[in-house]
Design a protein around this ligand. Structure first.
Ligand SMILES: C[S@@+](CC[C@H](N)C(=O)[O-])C[C@H]1O[C@@H](n2cnc3c(N)ncnc32)[C@H](O)[C@@H]1O
Length: 280
């Protein structure tokens, strides 16, 4: 185990902290990530002026699952890597297949389309979808799209709502779209009001059992989030996700997140980890 000025993070303490994190987020910290976890714990302990892992453990235990410190610690643990137009092959299918299907089935009949993005990080993914919609559709059509983007991290959601990105964070954005939808400001780029207004951000923990707010989704993006979960949690969340999609709706997963079609007989694969729920 790792030795630090604050002592040693014993195997038992490592297991206690990672269990706490998994219980409250689904994120499973692998055995070899002891240095990662130790450093994150030490960062919080320095801020709080706590000297030992045992004292920090006791504090978290006393505050319980609704305590403020647990929320702050979880913010330190989440993996938030994301970029604009991540997985371009999926964006091609979105523009060539999914959006035309949704327009045909719903928008042309004056019905709303609901797109939910689960684990949206700092907004790169929902804003990419909003930009694509803006490029493809006239205002009266895109007004019928509702894009909801959720994340467990308030810190990331604040950054997302802010819509400010440093130079290195706008990787993946074609120049033409960058100049059209962002303003160059000191230290980076600010997303336009028009795009920012198209996305509705709010906090949600995928471990929550109440998924009512996602019912009848036309498309759900859940990309590169469940890869950090153990199979049991992943399956539980995937079951809820699939229940939330309306028949004929679409599911977009990350590049290494494949659905077993034997487990989900009401799902068919399109391509590149995009699936469609079979129409009733
Ligand atoms: C690696 S990022 C992926 C971002 C984006 N979906 C993409 O593919 O680029 C994973 C995101 O999932 C969020 N996350 C992790 N656990 C979560 C949970 N239990 N509920 C909601 N969001 C969670 C993290 O905060 C992070 O923003």
């Amino acid at each position: 185990m790792l030795t630090t000025q604050s002592g040693i993070l014993s195997r038992a303490e490592f297991d206690w902290f990672r269990k706490l994190i998994e219980k409250n987020t689904g994120l499973h910290i692998l055995d070899y990530k002891v240095t990662f976890l130790t450093n994150r714990l030490l960062k919080r302990m320095r801020v709080l002026g706590i000297d030992t892992f045992e004292d920090y453990h006791n504090m978290l235990e006393q505050e319980g699952p609704q305590g403020e410190e647990l929320k702050v610690l979880l913010e330190e643990i989440v993996v938030f890597e994301s970029w604009f137009f991540r997985n371009t092959k999926q964006f091609t299918i979105l523009s060539d297949v999914i959006l035309p299907a949704l327009v045909n089935e719903k928008i042309d009949n004056d019905k709303r389309v609901i797109i939910n993005i689960l684990g949206c990080s700092a907004g790169q993914e929902p804003y990419s979808i909003a930009i694509l919609l803006h490029e493809m559709m006239p205002p009266h059509k895109r007004r019928l799209f509702r894009i909801n983007a959720v994340d467990i991290s308030m810190k990331l959601l604040r950054k997302a709502k802010n819509g400010f990105y440093k130079e290195y964070e706008i990787n993946g954005l074609p120049d033409k779209l960058l100049w059209k939808h962002f303003e160059r400001v000191e230290g980076g780029y600010q997303i336009s009001e028009e795009i920012s207004r198209m996305v509705n951000f709010f906090q949600f923990n995928l471990k929550d059992s109440n998924w009512n707010k996602f019912r009848f989704s036309d498309a759900i993006f859940c990309r590169n989030t469940l890869i950090y979960f153990r199979e049991e949690s992943r399956k539980q969340i995937m079951d809820r996700l699939i229940d939330s999609i309306r028949p004929g709706g679409f599911i977009l997963l990350g590049h290494s997140e494949i659905l077993n079609e034997d487990d989900y007989r009401n799902i068919s694969s399109i391509a590149h980890n995009i699936y469609r729920k079979v129409k009733a």
